[in-house]
Design a binder for this molecule. Structure first.
Ligand code: AMP
Length: 143
């Protein structure tokens, strides 16, 4: 099982935004799409940064609610860890654990082709475990 498996199941809808968008706009986008993270892209479609709900909470705690009208570029993470379609789920889990983040943009030929979250990874892991358990039960029952 790899990243391509997750993408084929969840589809390739990508929610992205512009680094000049305000933090309030980003918060509205997170709310509208019921997601926890948005990838910021530049004019050429390259990844300029990533912002999660944690960044917004941190910015408000540090600077007060006025910061909501500031551009998201002010609090986004610029050094983004990405992955490719062929990477294994184990490698993604390790990267998320090491980096202490829950989202990973998927890139192909320097173009953003999807985003996977820790929720997607856990869902796939549970489905795998259920399949294995069913196969084991079948094996035991049929001898
Ligand atoms: P998260 O756990 O994904 O909500 O994000 C926690 C922190 O890591 C936030 O500061 C995010 O901007 C940052 N972050 C999230 N995903 C990534 C990623 N793929 N690469 C680098 N930083 C990230």
């Amino acid at each position: 099982m790899n990243v391509a498996t997750i993408l084929s199941e969840k589809g390739s809808d990508i929610i992205s935004a512009n680094p000049d968008d305000s933090l309030l706009d980003i918060a509205k986008t997170l709310r509208k799409h019921r997601i926890g993270c948005v990838v910021l892209t530049d004019n050429k479609g390259g990844i300029a940064g990533i912002v999660s709900e944690r960044d917004i909470v941190r910015a408000i705690a540090d600077a007060g609610s006025d910061v909501l009208s500031a551009p998201v570029s002010r609090c986004m993470t610029k050094k983004v860890v990405t992955c490719s379609r062929s990477e294994t789920i184990d490698a993604i889990m390790a990267a998320m654990t090491d980096g202490r983040f829950r989202h990973m943009p998927v890139v192909e030929d320097e173009v953003l082709i999807g985003v996977i979250s820790i929720g997607d990874v856990v869902r796939l892991r549970i489905a795998e475990a259920e399949l294995e358990a069913a196969a084991m039960r079948d094996y035991i029952a049929t001898g």
